[in-house]
Ligand binder design. Structure first.
Ligand code: PEP
Ligand code: MN
Length: 366
């Protein structure tokens, strides 16, 4: 049972959490172990986290979606007993991942205060619909992780299913995306995807730095980057003995390390209502440059179309691989001399070249 002191803490933290959904004016911090492993592990972690004032929600995985069978799949119902105990001992509201209607029913039975939908579940609209149906009439806060692939529409679809079921407190969790290229991250951040989600449906977005990074070393810089990009909160996996964790050991940190990480963060203002003169001038310069870029792009496309006409008349293929390889290498060299990032130059010209190919292909088809 919650004693009166923890009851007061719980009421305050919970009120803050509910307020945040309507007005995410401060970064919400969700922390706790990847998996609830034992009563001792959870309580020891929760007690330390409760000493960190920024922590608003204690996370703990009860059912773990594992890539291969025979791995630790979570403690199930007995873990919920410990999660509730941790809340009663610390006053921290709790959150867990649900993937089936049975999970929802059990989580609510044990008074879990917020739920999240995992990346592997969000990819399946049937599962998302079943979860939304299970929550009809129960207005518990729900966090929706991004699907494993960078598909904004699928992510939005999940929000719509919960909205239609009457869930009013919804937020997104950005945990990165599977990527075919080698990257230092476990899940490639693709920061533009949560920004696009937020632009279209305007929901608070939390950054799950643990699942993006996959290792402790990248957590600090990734948390800072998330704040710089105006994230509305962080999810961080914490364990009282991370090396001994049964899941995601490499990315979990101790509550003391979390405290340290938080103290090294620079918080910036999200307000652009009071834009200072200097910033306004620089922005106007950027607007002028963007406009020049657009005019140049349009001229380039016109010339590309003329080349398309030539190729059609003379029966020449649209793709000229030797020329493409040559100009790409030259542009990367020139761009790097100008202080630009090689990858940026490559991506910009790949996009322009692709658009050119499409334009010329249409001309050849006509
Ligand atoms: C988790 O948060 O423990 C988890 C399984 O994350 P994801 O769904 O992002 O893989
Ligand atoms: Mn995890």
């Amino acid at each position: 049972m919650l004693d009166w002191k923890n009851c007061a803490i719980f009421a305050t933290v919970m009120a803050n959490l509910l307020f945040w959904f309507d007005n995410p004016s401060f970064p919400l911090l969700i922390a706790g172990p990847c998996s609830v492993e034992s009563e001792e592990q959870l309580l020891c972690t929760a007690r330390q986290l409760a000493q960190i004032p920024e922590v608003s929600l204690l996370r703990g995985g009860i059912w773990k979606p594992r890539t291969r069978p025979d791995a630790f799949e979570g403690r199930g119902e007995e873990g919920l007993v410990w999660l509730r105990e941790a809340k009663h001992e610390t006053g921290l509201p709790t959150a867990t991942e649900v993937a089936t209607p049975e999970h929802v029913e059990l989580a609510l039975k044990y008074d879990v205060d917020a739920l999240w939908i995992g990346a592997r579940t969000v990819v399946n609209p049937f599962s998302v619909q079943q979860l939304a149906d299970a929550l009809r009439g129960v207005d518990v806060p729900v966090f929706i992780k991004n699907p494993v692939a960078p598909d904004v529409k699928l992510w939005i679809g999940a929000f719509e299913r919960f909205q239609k079921a009457g869930v009013t407190r919804l937020a997104a969790i950005h945990r990165g995306f599977q990527h075919y290229k080698e990257t230092p991250y476990r899940n490639f951040p693709m920061w533009e995807i949560p920004i696009e989600l937020n632009r279209i449906i305007n929901v608070p977005v939390i950054t799950d730095i643990s699942h993006i990074c996959g290792c402790r070393e990248l957590l600090q810089q990734t948390a800072q980057k998330a704040l710089d990009l105006a994230t509305d909160g962080l999810m961080v996996e914490c364990h009282c003995n991370p090396d001994a964790a049964l899941t995601d050991a490499r990315q979990q940190i101790t509550p003391t390390e979390l405290k340290n990480l938080l103290s090294n963060l620079v918080y910036r203002s999200k307000q652009s209502g009071m834009v200072e003169r200097e910033l306004a001038d620089l922005r106007s310069e950027i607007d002028d440059i963007d406009s020049e870029l657009l005019q140049l792009l349009s001229r380039r496309m016109d010339v590309s179309a003329q080349i398309g006409e030539y190729k059609k008349r003379n029966n020449v293929t649209v793709v000229q691989m030797d020329r493409w390889k040559k100009i790409l290498a030259e542009h990367i060299a020139t761009g790097t001399d100008l202080g630009l990032d090689a990858q940026l130059v490559a991506e910009v010209f790949e996009a322009i070249h692709q658009a050119s190919i499409e334009r010329q292909s249409r001309i050849l088809e006509d």
